[in-house]
Ligand binder design. Structure first.
Ligand SMILES: [Fe+2]
Ligand SMILES: [Fe+2]
Length: 328
C-alpha cells in the first residue's frame, strides 16, 4: 500500500533515493543544512571568557538563563524528532533532512557545553534552570506533554486522529519551540553584540540561528505536506482554531517569561517593551508561514540592533519564508 508523508512502514521500505524525489523541498532542505554545518571548536572564545567576568549580576543572570535554556533544550528537540517524528516519516529525503537537523542539535549542544566549560559555569545550576524557573519549565513541558502522547506507537500515523497528533507535536517542537521560544532567546544574545562583549559567543549563536531557521522550515514544510495530503485535517475547524490558539498561547507564555526577566529594566540596552513587539512580530510571521492571518500586526521588526549592517544579513533568518531561502 502506498503511503503518504507519514505512516507505518517496514525498515525495508523507502531506502532508495530517486532522481525525482516525491517531496523535492526536503532534498533542498537537506542540502541547505549540509552546507550550513559548522564546528564550535572553530570559534575562539578566549576573550569572551574575560568578558563574562565583567558582566553585571543582572547581565550574567540573563546570559546564564539563556545558556541554560538552550543547553537543556537542544537534545530535547532531538528526542522529539528521534522518538516521535522520525519513526513515522516515510520519505527518504525527508528522513535525511530531519537527521541532518538531529546532527545539528548535537553541534548546538556541543557549543553550549563548550561555553559551560570555558566559562567555568556551575553545570548543575545551568542545566537545572529549566526545572527551577517555572516559566521555562512550562515552555518545555508544553512540548514534552504533547510528544509523550505520540511516542512508542501511541499515535497511529495511518489514522486521521494520529496524523493530527503528530502534526501538533511538530508544531510545538519546530515552530513554537524552535521558531518562537528560541528566537526570543536569540534576541538576548544579539543585544549583547551592541555592548561589544561576548563577540565570539554571539557569532556562534548567529550560526545557531541560521540552523534553527532551517529547522523551522523543516517543520513548516512537514506540516504543510501533511495537510496537503490529508485535507480532512483542515475540515475540522476546531482543530485549526486550536493550532492558532496554541501559537497565541505560546506567545503569551513567552511574554510572561520576558516580563519576569526584564520587568521595568533595560538589560544589554533592550527593554521588555521592545522584546514584546519583537515576539509579536515574529509570531505573526509564524502564523503567516502556516497560512493564518497575522494576529498582532506589528509593522516592522522593532529590535534596533537588527537594523545594523553587520546583522542585516541575519534578518532573513528571523523572517523565514520559502522565497527568502532560495538565495541561501
Ligand atoms: Fe538547535
Ligand atoms: Fe533546531
Amino acid at each position: 500500500m502506498s503511503k503518504g508523508f507519514i505512516g507505518k512502514t517496514s525498515v525495508r521500505d523507502n531506502i532508495r533515493l530517486s532522481e525525482n524525489p516525491k517531496y523535492p523541498v526536503f532534498k533542498t532542505l537537506y542540502t541547505k543544512q549540509k552546507k550550513a554545518v559548522w564546528f564550535p571548536e572553530e570559534l575562539n572564545i578566549q576573550q569572551d571568557v574575560l568578558d563574562y567576568k565583567s558582566l553585571t549580576p543582572t547581565e550574567k543572570e540573563l546570559f546564564d538563563s539563556a545558556v541554560g535554556y538552550f543547553a537543556s533544550s537542544e537534545l530535547l528537540v532531538q528526542n522529539v524528532l528521534g522518538n516521535g517524528f522520525f519513526p513515522v516519516l516515510t520519505d527518504p529525503y525527508a528522513k535525511m533532512s530531519f537527521t541532518a537537523q538531529m546532527f545539528m542539535e548535537d553541534i548546538h549542544s556541543d557549543f553550549f557545553e563548550i561555553i559551560i566549560n570555558s566559562f567555568d559555569m556551575d553545570r548543575k545550576r545551568v542545566y537545572d534552570i529549566t526545572l527551577e524557573d517555572k516559566l521555562l519549565q512550562e515552555k518545555q513541558e508544553l512540548i514534552i506533554r504533547a510528544v509523550d502522547r505520540i511516542t512508542y506507537g501511541k499515535a497511529d500515523p495511518d489514522t486521521l486522529e494520529g496524523k493530527k497528533q503528530i502534526l501538533t507535536s511538530i508544531l510545538l517542537n519546530n515552530i513554537i519551540q524552535e521558531g518562537l521560544f528560541f528566537y526570543s532567546a536569540f534576541a538576548h544574545f544579539f543585544a549583547m553584540k551592541d555592548t561589544g562583549k561576548m563577540k565570539n559567543v554571539v557569532s556562534g549563536v548567529e550560526l545557531v540561528l541560521i540552523d534553527e531557521s532551517l529547522h523551522l522550515q523543516n517543520g513548516i514544510e512537514a506540516i504543510l505536506t501533511i495537510i496537503e495530503e490529508n485535507p480532512q485535517i483542515v475540515d475540522d475547524i476546531n482543530f485549526v482554531e486550536n493550532i492558532r490558539d496554541t501559537i497565541i498561547d505560546a506567545v503569551e507564555l513567552e511574554l510572561n517569561y520576558l516580563k519576569t526577566k526584564f520587568g521595568g529594566t533595560t538589560i544589554f540596552g533592550v527593554s521588555y517593551k521592545e522584546l514584546e513587539q519583537y515576539m509579536k512580530y515574529i509570531a505573526d510571521r509564524r502564523l503567516e508561514e502556516l497560512g493564518f492571518d497575522p494576529q498582532f500586526n506589528i509593522p516592522n521588526n522593532p529590535l534596533k540592533f537588527l537594523q545594523k549592517e553587520d546583522v542585516k544579513k541575519l534578518t532573513n533568518f528571523f523572517e523565514v519564508s520559502s522565497t527568502e531561502y532560495t538565495n541561501f
